[in-house]
Design a protein around this ligand. Structure first.
Ligand code: UDP
Ligand code: MG
Length: 339
């Protein structure tokens, strides 16, 4: 184990107590009440067998099945559990972002709350991270989900995401991942972006590794996702591709098309004017005239659209501080506060 992974960061001396935690295990929870007792026990027993101090952070994402009540009660009884209750169901990504925000460990491990990930893999991920990586992503080599509805779409998605982002992982969708805390500290997450964290981190220069992990079939409850999420993931992917290429200069994309369109329209217009003036032929009934007008109009529109996008990007950058979730309550971990 690389001792430097848990060595204090320069400038951290203001929070000596916070640094006492070495590993934070972050788990988003949405209606998982039956799994919860097994989950907390399993994580705790793995972490207690390890030399590192740890905390478990469960973020209740608006559960309606009593998960929040169970978590609140248990957080009052256990030192190692901190519970964040969100005001409503925001989705897995905002729930994870909330967890990151409250996590105090030098290393942050994320996993699902449905016992599909195996806590026994946590030490393996952390050891791999210590080999000088910033992010280690789990790879469910023998995934226990439906072949047609889950495995096939995710295989295609992983391939496309790898091509678009340049980070080729086998399994973007695996929640079991370990991060150095610096990496997630200022990540701005929204939509279904948590799965793209390796790609986002890579753009920021992170060193990324992948490690095969165990995967179990869901014992309790049911998956919260269907086709809707696949579509949202695709849209997020398009956004990332767009961000990567055009975020800084959208005008360079739309503006160029606009200018080409205007140039073509003008050329055809000049050609028609020439025919009218030199040969004195009528041009009013020519389809070419319509095309010239269309191209000119579309060109001007595209150009203005580029300008607008440029303005939007500025607003986007400036609005990055907007929180994507609201916390109702925080219990445990020596803190108890309401908002
Ligand atoms: N989850 C969440 N909010 C949601 C949906 C899911 O916090 O709106 C949690 C859920 O409780 C689980 C994890 O995210 O811990 C993954 O969800 P699920 O197991 O349903 O996804 P799958 O494994 O089927 O992809
Ligand atoms: Mg699951």
């Amino acid at each position: 184990m690389d001792a430097s992974l848990f060595a204090s960061v320069p400038g951290d001396s203001t929070q000596p107590n916070d640094r006492a935690i070495e590993i934070s295990v972050v788990v988003p929870i949405y209606n998982e009440v039956e799994s919860l007792p097994h989950l907390i026990e399993a994580i705790a027993s793995v972490m207690q067998a390890n030399p590192h101090t740890y905390e478990i952070i469960c973020v209740d994402d608006g559960s309606q099945d009593g998960s929040a009540q169970w978590l609140k009660q248990t957080a009052r009884e256990r030192q190692d559990l901190k519970v964040i209750i969100l005001r409503r169901n925001y989705g897995q990504t905002p729930a994870m972002a909330a967890g990151f925000n409250y996590a105090r460990g030098r290393v942050i491990v994320t996993m699902d709350g449905d016992l599909q990930n195996d806590p026994a893999d946590i030490p393996l991920l952390v050891n791999k991270l210590a080999e000088d990586y910033d992010l280690v992503s789990g790879w469910r080599k023998h995934r226990q989900d439906d072949r047609l509805t889950r495995l096939l779409p995710s295989k295609i998605a992983n391939w496309i995401i790898g091509r678009v982002t340049g980070v080729r992982l086998h399994d973007y969708g695996c929640s079991l991942k370990a991060y150095r805390c610096e990496l997630v500290a200022d990540m701005k997450l929204y939509g279904e972006l948590h799965r793209f964290l390796p790609a986002l981190a890579f753009i920021e220069g992170a060193r990324i590794a992948e490690l095969p992990v165990r995967h179990h079939a869901r014992k309790f409850g049911y998956s919260k996702y269907g086709l809707g999420r696949t579509l949202r993931v695709v849209m997020d992917l398009l956004t990332i591709a767009f961000m990567k290429k055009f975020l800084t200069r959208p005008m360079h994309v739309f503006g160029v098309f606009g200018i080409i369109s205007i140039a073509l329209g003008t050329a055809i217009g000049l050609h028609l004017t020439f025919i009218k003036l030199v040969f004195n032929q009528s041009i009013g009934d020519r389809p070419l005239l319509l095309l010239a007008l269309l191209l000119l109009l579309a060109g001007v529109q595209l150009f203005c659209f580029g300008l607008l996008a440029e303005l939007l990007m500025r607003t986007y950058h400036e609005s990055q501080n907007r929180p994507i979730y609201r916390v109702r309550e925080v219990i445990g971990g020596c803190a108890s506060e309401s908002e």
